[in-house]
Design a protein around this ligand. Structure first.
Ligand SMILES: [Zn+2]
Ligand SMILES: [Zn+2]
Ligand SMILES: [Zn+2]
Length: 141
């Protein structure tokens, strides 16, 4: 599984001190393998730390996404969630379970075929695409 020390080191490299709250948020993402809303995180942190403001949670999540540890997921319920993704080198997508919130990596993409299709039908040049795959995971279906 993921070694938290590796990612704590990433914080230090980016001039972010390893505070108990930053560590706890990172641990939650690594251990759950799921997507979480800022409110979920806030609820979780207030059980462990007496004083945790919601702005602190938003700030930490933003910092983590700035250094490439977390990504944003726009759920069909129109809420904004964060999830852990550190596979920046390999092109991939994610499968989001709408029931248990588990996130799984999908190493499959027909981008070249899509690009070709758009070029042929719209005479347009595709430079990027976003694909979020949702459904019920193997444990929930
Ligand atoms: Zn990923
Ligand atoms: Zn599930
Ligand atoms: Zn793709």
């Amino acid at each position: 599984m993921h070694d938290i020390e590796l990612y704590l080191e990433r914080l230090r490299q980016n001039d972010l001190k390893v505070t108990p709250k930053r560590r706890e948020i990172l641990r939650l993402f690594l251990e759950s393998g799921a997507y979480h809303s800022p409110l979920d995180i806030h609820r979780y942190l207030t059980k462990r730390f007496a004083r945790t403001g919601l702005p602190t949670v938003y700030r930490i999540l933003h910092e983590f996404s700035q250094i490439g540890l977390l990504k944003l997921y726009y759920h069909p319920d129109r809420q904004l969630y964060y999830y852990f993704c550190d596979m920046s080198g390999t092109h991939h997508h994610h499968f989001f379970c709408i029931d248990c919130h588990r996130v799984q990596t999908v190493l499959y993409c027909e981008f070249d075929a899509l690009k070709k299709h758009v070029a042929e039908t719209l005479s347009a040049e595709v430079t990027d695409h976003h694909l979020e795959i949702e459904g019920q995971c193997s444990r929930c279906r």
